[in-house]
Design a protein. Structure first.
Length: 165
């Protein structure tokens, strides 16, 4: 995917120009990048609404399940976003050990995880709730806080808002 040419004049609106036509999925990826860049240095990733918007741009239109992690510092600033696991149209294998390993490598103090349901139904499954609990237990062992698990479909569901984290 080509990077857009960006106007950086702060007195006027920022315009994004693409050297060639891009797909809807590429446009959503760019939107997620813009959201992420606009939030650098702030702690808004503790705000579920903004976090859901970010993950929706990243994951909503994917054709297979993707499990992704936002690695955060102790002030909830984004250190790095990673798509860690890729699955099929209705499942992705998630390994808590690998999530913890990546968090420790980045010196993250907290994480927010998310995955998409390509069907569009964002209702968490029993498996989603079970992996959330396993991730929370694994993270607790190394003092990394699991702040939320967001399921992305045609809408988003925050397991933290439902009291499941």
């Amino acid at each position: 995917m080509n990077s857009p040419l960006i106007s950086t004049n702060h007195d006027k609106p920022i315009y994004y120009h693409f050297p060639k036509p891009i797909t809807a999925l590429e446009l959503l990826e760019k939107a997620a990048e813009v959201i992420s860049e606009s939030l650098v240095g702030t702690d808004v990733y503790s705000n579920p609404t903004v976090t859901m918007e970010f993950f929706s741009c990243k994951l909503a239109k994917q054709e297979r399940e993707i499990f992704a992690v936002m690695f955060l510092d102790n002030q909830h600033h984004l250190i790095e976003y990673q798509a860690l696991f890729y699955g099929t149209v209705n499942a992705a294998s998630v390994y808590p050990r690998e999530v913890v390993k990546a968090a420790l490598a980045l010196n993250a103090s907290a994480i927010i995880v998310a995955h998409n349901h390509p069907s569009g139904d964002a209702e968490p499954s029993r498996a989603d709730i079970a992996i959330t609990e396993k991730l929370k237990q694994a993270c607790d062992l190394v003092d990394v806080r699991l702040l939320d698990h967001i399921v992305v479909g045609s809408s988003c569901v925050s397991l933290a808002q439902r009291g499941l984290v």
